[in-house]
Design a protein. Sequence first.
Length: 137
Amino acid sequence: MKANIKDIKAIHGLLQDYGKKGELLPRPLSELYDHLRDFSVYVDNNEGEERVLGCCALQFCWEDLAEIRSLAVHPEYLRKKIGSKLAEAALAEAKSFNTKKVFRILWSSCHCRRQKNRCYCSSPVSEKKSHVLAPCM
């Protein structure tokens, strides 16, 4: 679901936690408010109390190019496909805008994973251990 104003502090907390570990770029709270409409969240509604378990932003770079940014899942909820669902939602949103290319820059070590019968590997794009998500050939 698309994020709303009440989700920003939870998004900020997730991004700060991963930022402290060097796994994501931390984002200032003011920047998150500026880019609220870019964000989607995965929310658990337990006993009527909503809790943001994950977030993801889609930022358009050009008419046919978009970036998946700030993809983060609460550490207690890893390996539950929350990140995959958020990424798939971002890809669906990009498709609704007829965006032909979507990329993600990773700040962690190389990895390869399967998604919708395609293997995506990260490959280095700079000396800062950043990687770009691209289909394997």
